[in-house]
Design a protein around this ligand. Structure first.
Ligand code: PEP
Length: 254
């Protein structure tokens, strides 16, 4: 089965209106017309820049996503939060949930991540579910247990059918923003493990599930990662802020 290949740029809390415009302009020009492209590019800017980025992307094949959303569906008294419906309203198709920075810095539990995953789908967004172990967990031989717990929290809450309309990103915490990338073999091993967890509930859904790798992906290491059987693209932080580097990663997926 051929799976969708996605290259996602997570801008995190970076940029300005002017810098975002320059970046989008360069990416639009470099991404080409899109027809027949082996991979899809998706940009996840900060919330406040979403409407502007949407406008700058008009007529281009580059997609728009958000970095997070409220775990509550609908509207209401949730000061500071942004709902899935609002993200749809401003043109997002995807949303990242459970990024390790949200889990570690903002205390998001597996239950909250599962609620966000479901809120995203209720709003018609495709959640990009991030999972990954810390260095301590890897060195303690806990990688599989941690990944299994994080994936099963969503499977148990949302059901396996929900994975047919989702993307998973394996992001070892020790590789995020550190310049230390997982080797293609290390990443492949965990990607295959994730696919196996889903396959135990539904083999067809598992076979069609796009699983991205994230953690210090660069132009120089992308191709070796993307050639692995179970790696279906990348979730890119730092390198997505430099147009030439991000486009090199995009081309490596071809
Ligand atoms: C990320 O934030 O999802 C990420 C993978 O960051 P970086 O590429 O900078 O490691």
């Amino acid at each position: 089965m051929t799976r969708k290949v996605l290259i996602v740029g997570n801008w995190k809390m970076n940029g300005s209106l002017a810098a975002s415009r320059a970046l989008v302009t360069a990416l639009r020009a470099g991404a080409g017309a899109g027809a027949g492209a082996p991979a899809t590019l998706l940009l996840c800017p900060p919330y406040v820049y979403l409407p502007a980025v949407r406008e700058w992307l008009q007529g281009s094949p580059v997609g728009l996503g958000a970095q997070d959303l409220c775990d509550k569906a609908g509207a209401g008294a949730f000061t500071g939060e942004v709902s899935g419906a609002m993200l749809r309203d401003v043109g997002c198709s995807h949303v990242i949930v459970g990024h390790s920075e949200r889990r570690a810095l903002y205390g998001e539990s597996d239950a909250v991540v599962a609620a966000k995953f479901q809120a995203a789908q209720q709003a018609g967004l495709v959640p990009i579910l991030c999972v990954g172990e810390t260095l301590e967990e890897r060195e303690g031989g806990q990688t599989r247990a941690v990944i299994e717990r994080q994936v099963k929290a969503v499977l148990d809450a949302a059901g396996v059918a929900a994975l047919a309309k989702a993307v998973v990103a394996y992001e070892p915490v020790w590789a995020i923003g550190t310049g230390r990338t997982a080797t293609p073999e290390q990443a492949q091993e965990v990607h295959a493990f994730i696919r196996g967890i889903v396959a135990a509930r539904d083999a067809t859904i598992a076979a069609g599930l796009s699983i991205l790798y994230g953690g210090s992906v660069k132009g120089a290491n992308a191709r070796n990662l993307f050639t692995m059987n179970d790696i279906d693209g990348g979730l890119v932080g730092g390198a997505s802020l430099a147009a030439a580097e991000f486009l090199e990663i995009f081309r490596a997926a071809g």
